[in-house]
Design a protein around this ligand. Structure first.
Ligand SMILES: Nc1ncnc2c1ncn2[C@@H]1O[C@H](COP(=O)(O)OS(=O)(=O)O)[C@@H](OP(=O)(O)O)[C@H]1O
Length: 276
């Protein structure tokens, strides 16, 4: 399966010197100021979101920025439906987009649109037998396909420094190895600041949050945070018992793609040998 596409060749909009200057200017700024900067200065801008609290806050802020400017255009949304989300998360993707009248682009893994089709095509519990291929198929490839098909040059993400692990070192604006710009408008906020904003502005959110979940991904890799570990991070319910902290979406694209393609080639070669 070849996953090549124009997204492999995104052209950077900023030189590294410009990027350094932009980050110095945006350091410590409010999410709204960062979002205003993004809307005014970045072309091909989308919001990639799983409709976590951070993404919902950004969506609400973007909608208010549009209103204050009397604009009808809202930054379009990209949702990568892994086909293994909680039903509440999938439902929220539609209700949030409808609520804000934001264009929503939903992408599923290559060649499938239901969980049963995914299992039939790629195997049962692929996340257990081959986690890297699972991540590639449900997040990395669909995102690259979305970027190529939609002409995405930049994405707003819901990552924040206070989420810890790799995210502690985030910059406001990053350019990835493909030249894709990633903007992290709520980078300086804590979980409490985000939740306070959501409550104050009455932003509808995933009902699972009220059951104690704090970070929500796939059903099979999301658990309630351990109540005995009160100071564990907000993402401690993700991939519990594993050292993994990221789903691949924010990892090096070329490395993920190469690993997947090598694995595929190896499996195809073994299948041919097996038949011979
Ligand atoms: N399925 C899907 N579709 C589109 N975009 C997605 C997806 N999963 C993660 N993201 C983007 O990554 C942000 C952080 O998500 P998480 O903290 O849940 O971590 S992880 O990416 O799943 O590892 C997340 O922030 P939110 O907008 O708050 O959801 C998004 O910007």
């Amino acid at each position: 399966m070849s996953q090549a596409g124009p997204s492999d060749d995104l052209r950077p909009q900023f030189t590294s010197e410009e990027l350094q200057k932009i980050n110095a200017e945006l350091d410590g700024k409010s999410p709204q100021d960062i979002l205003r900067w993004a809307v005014d200065n970045v072309r091909g801008l989308y919001q990639t979101t799983a409709f976590g609290l951070t993404g919902l806050a950004a969506l609400d802020m973007l909608s208010k920025i549009s209103l204050e400017r009397n604009e009808t255009h809202l930054v379009p949304l990209i949702f990568l439906d892994t086909l293994h989300h909680f039903p509440q998360s999938v439902e929220l993707s539609q209700t949030a987009a409808d609520n804000y009248l934001a264009p929503l682009h939903t992408y599923t893994p290559p060649g499938v649109s239901t969980q049963a089709e995914f299992t039939a095509k790629y195997g049962d519990k692929l996340w257990e037998s081959d986690e890297a291929s699972y991540d590639y198929l449900v997040k990395v490839e669909p995102a690259a396909r979305a970027y190529a098909e939609l002409g995405v040059k930049a994405v707003i993400t819901g990552r924040r420094r206070s989420q810890g692990a790799d995210r502690a070192e985030l910059r406001v604006v990053e350019v990835d190895e493909r030249g894709l710009i990633k903007i992290n408008p709520l980078i300086f906020w804590s979980f409490k600041e985000v939740k306070d904003y959501i409550d104050k502005e009455g932003v509808p959110y995933n009902p699972l949050l009220d059951q104690g979940y704090r970070s929500i991904g796939d059903v099979h890799s999301t658990a309630l945070p351990d109540p005995s570990q009160a100071d564990a991070g907000e993402r401690s319910g993700r991939w519990q018992g594993k050292s993994k902290t990221e789903c691949g979406l924010h990892s090096n694209y070329f490395e993920m793609k190469q690993r997947f393609e090598q694995k595929q080639a190896g499996e195809e070669a073994s299948a041919v040998e097996g038949k011979a």
